[in-house]
Design a protein around this ligand. Sequence first.
Ligand code: FMN
Length: 142
Amino acid sequence: MKSAIVYYSFGGATRAEAAKRAASSGADVFEILEAKKRGIFSAFLSGCPQALGRKASAIRPLSIDWSQYDSVTLMAPVWAGHPAPAFNAALALVPKDKILNVVLCSGGGETPKSKENTIHLLRQQGYCLASYEDVRTVPPTK
Ligand SMILES: Cc1cc2nc3c(=O)[nH]c(=O)nc-3n(C[C@H](O)[C@H](O)[C@H](O)COP(=O)(O)O)c2cc1C
């Protein structure tokens, strides 16, 4: 069974977590990039309201042959207590016949404002959600 890890990272912590998981599991890794590179002001001023509204940001095209994978781990940072907007954009690309694992990286290591609703929405939208994990991350050392 082949797995793909698909992640968005603004500051590098989610990237490091994705790389660690790929190294131990042998999964293929794909990075999601937003169409327009964000700065920190944009992350807080427009990214957080987008995250709160569960809006998708524009992302660059992803080149993934989904037919090769049975399961997909979708990883993103938490902004304003919710998955960052690139998570919503990438989610829309994941075929619903894949087993979906969600990993959200945050400074607090929990998502009490959104977890229940995220799980509910994913199931309601027809995703085969196998797991939801909150990870407390530390900023990567340069
Ligand atoms: C715009 C913005 C909003 C954030 N909001 C939260 C939050 O609500 N709760 C939290 O625990 N961490 C929050 N964080 C911290 C990040 O979720 C955390 O540092 C994460 O690991 C960053 O991942 P990255 O380096 O891959 O972007 C926020 C960071 C940014 C940049």
